[in-house]
Design a protein around this ligand. Structure first.
Ligand SMILES: O=P(O)(O)OP(=O)(O)OP(=O)(O)OC[C@H]1O[C@@H](n2cnc3c(O)ncnc32)[C@H](O)[C@@H]1O
Ligand SMILES: [Mg+2]
Length: 215
């Protein structure tokens, strides 16, 4: 049970509980919903960054883990509570891993408003421009970081591989879900039941590693 989750007491390291209250350091409602669903079997009280009026830090890192750590660190420092952050994105083989850590930024206009239909059109347009031989393979990546107020931090990364499809299909999920079909499935992440996404997603994969290490 994550409620009693303790960091491994190795070599005299202090044993530290994650709960009972955990700040979810995201301003993305879709992510927050998925993280709550993934944590619900563990009986942790989750409080969203927006509920605490925490600011959205600038994502200056060069990797998913760098950005997850800076978001978790800032939320733990400001709230005085353990904080979990998620940095994630879509990595497209034909685009040499882009949009990657820029997945949210590809959806933003000059005023910072997000439009994922436009971002998906850009991805598909660039995939087509890369030529048929470049293929349509892609994967989602999710880095999860838990930061404690005393300065310690743990990070985990998960992935799910699949194929991009066009046109986008489905109303569920968020972000790039309508154009992503996981390997072994026929429907996009926006068409399948949320429980099916939670069984195989990059976020679920990262959570499995987090629970294995800390649970
Ligand atoms: O930084 P926070 O506040 O957590 O929220 P964000 O939306 O800005 O999140 P990121 O910086 O991690 O950007 C990742 C983007 O990648 C996309 N993404 C991540 N996970 C996804 C998923 O499960 N399905 C579809 N798109 C996803 C989605 O569009 C996100 O906005
Ligand atoms: Mg972000």
């Amino acid at each position: 049970m994550l409620r009693h989750l303790c960091r491994a007491a190795q070599g005299g390291r202090q044993v530290k509980a994650i709960g009972p209250k955990l700040v979810i350091a995201t301003h993305n409602a879709g992510k927050l919903r998925e993280i709550r669903e993934l944590l619900s079997p563990h009986g942790i009280e989750c409080v969203g960054a927006a509920e605490l009026d925490l600011p959205e830090p600038e994502e200056t890192g060069n990797t998913f883990i760098d950005n997850a750590e800076l978001k978790a660190r800032e939320a733990a420092d400001l709230s005085g509570l353990p904080a979990l952050a998620d940095d994630s994105g879509l990595s497209v083989d034909a685009l040499h891993g882009m949009p990657g850590i820029f997945s949210a930024r590809w959806a933003e206009d000059a005023d910072g408003n997000r439009d994922f239909r436009r971002a998906m059109e850009r991805v598909w347009h660039e995939v087509e421009a890369a030529g048929e031989e470049a293929g349509h393979d892609a994967h989602f990546v999710c880095a999860l970081s838990v930061a404690w107020p005393d300065g310690s931090i743990e990070s985990f990364e998960g992935k799910v591989h699949g194929t991009l499809v066009w046109p986008p299909r489905g109303e569920r999920g968020f972000g790039y879900d309508p154009m992503f079909v996981a390997n072994g499935m026929d429907q996009t992440f926006a068409e399948i039941d949320p429980d099916q996404k939670h069984a195989i997603s990059h976020r679920a994969d990262a959570f499995k590693k987090l629970v294995a290490a800390l649970g």
